[in-house]
Ligand binder design. Structure first.
Ligand code: ADP
Ligand code: MG
Length: 291
């Protein structure tokens, strides 16, 4: 490709809402065989809401939700925002949290009105020695619907199972179909529950799932995928930045965090993923003649 044809292609891409931050990305994209995508905020809207709350024997629903939201009020995770919103919508008051701590990939813990409240994934409960078995069936049902089950422990006792669910972006199915039409393999990478991630992936026709990946682990997954050929990674979050940099081509969602955008080679100006296939198709058309 001549410098002129590259300029024409990147100009055409910009018109279509795909911004090339690095000139050589058009070239690197041509060889890409696998597109790995972050789930929350990339395939989905990234604004989950609380959908379910089932309390254990002896626990009151409103009381548990209030304790849970009081603990989550200190966290910035989208899950925390969903919980706080749900409590506010029900007119529940929040109490101040003491001794708050957040453990990325696990959950949060705080002392609310003298009671120790812990909220998070099953692996958090495992670490605390709180058995989640009483909610095994409920958890499986929720996960199979694509919802994320979370557990609440109060003073070391299992108090409730709650679920949050996020909406798939309207543009996602068409974007994935376009990638498949270009012969690419599509992989989803997420910190979310395995069963939840698999349900979402099945619904979207995604080829492979890497779930329960700890923050910081996405880069290892990208490195592993790269052994089979060039990889593009698409993400929006702060914790996606290392994977965006590690991929052969990093593609950030323009509505995502600044850190992600700065680590990317390509930026999709809208929140839609359709631009990934647009960029790939333009790259192939432009680079076809250089070899
Ligand atoms: P993702 O970006 O895919 O949501 P994270 O690493 O942020 O991945 O979170 C992984 C899992 O850790 C969540 O699905 C949840 O189970 C648990 N978790 C993280 N933060 C919180 C929180 N503030 N409250 C409850 N659970 C949390
Ligand atoms: Mg994300």
């Amino acid at each position: 490709a001549t410098p002129t044809s590259i300029m024409v292609a990147t100009g055409r891409a910009a018109e279509l809402g795909v911004l090339f931050r690095k000139g050589d990305a058009l070239q690197s994209l041509r060889g890409v065989r696998t597109v790995a995508l972050d789930k929350t905020g990339t395939l989905t809207e990234g604004r989950p809401s609380l959908t379910d709350l089932v309390t254990a024997e002896g626990f009151d629903e409103a009381e548990v939700l209030s304790l849970l939201a009081s603990a989550e009020a200190r966290s910035e995770h989208p899950i925390a925002q969903a919980v706080v919103r749900a409590a506010e919508e029900r007119g529940l008051g929040l109490a101040p949290a003491e001794a708050f701590s957040a453990d990325p990939g696990f959950g949060v813990s705080a002392v609310i009105a003298g009671r120790r409240v812990e909220v998070g994934a099953d692996r958090l409960m495992q670490r605390l020695g709180v058995a989640v078995a009483p909610f095994a069936e409920e958890a499986a049902r929720l996960a199979d619907e694509g919802r994320t089950p979370l557990y609440v422990a109060v003073d070391g006792r299992l108090a409730a199972i709650v679920a949050v669910a996020d909406t798939v972006k309207p543009s996602t199915p068409a974007a994935l179909a376009a990638l498949h039409a270009l012969g690419l393999s599509v992989v989803m990478i997420t910190g979310d529950n395995r069963r939840t991630a698999e349900a979402v992936a099945r619904r979207l026709g995604i080829d492979a799932v890497e779930a329960e990946v700890l923050p910081g682990g996405k880069v290892e997954v990208v490195e592993r995928l790269k052994r089979a050929g060039p990889v593009a990674f698409v993400g929006d979050g702060i914790n996606d930045a290392p994977a965006l940099a590690a991929a052969d081509v990093g593609i950030a969602i323009g509505t995502g965090t600044d850190v992600a955008i700065e680590s990317a080679d390509v930026v999709l100006m809208s929140g839609a993923l359709t631009g990934v296939a647009t960029a790939l198709a333009l790259s192939r058309a432009t680079m076809r003649n250089i070899t």
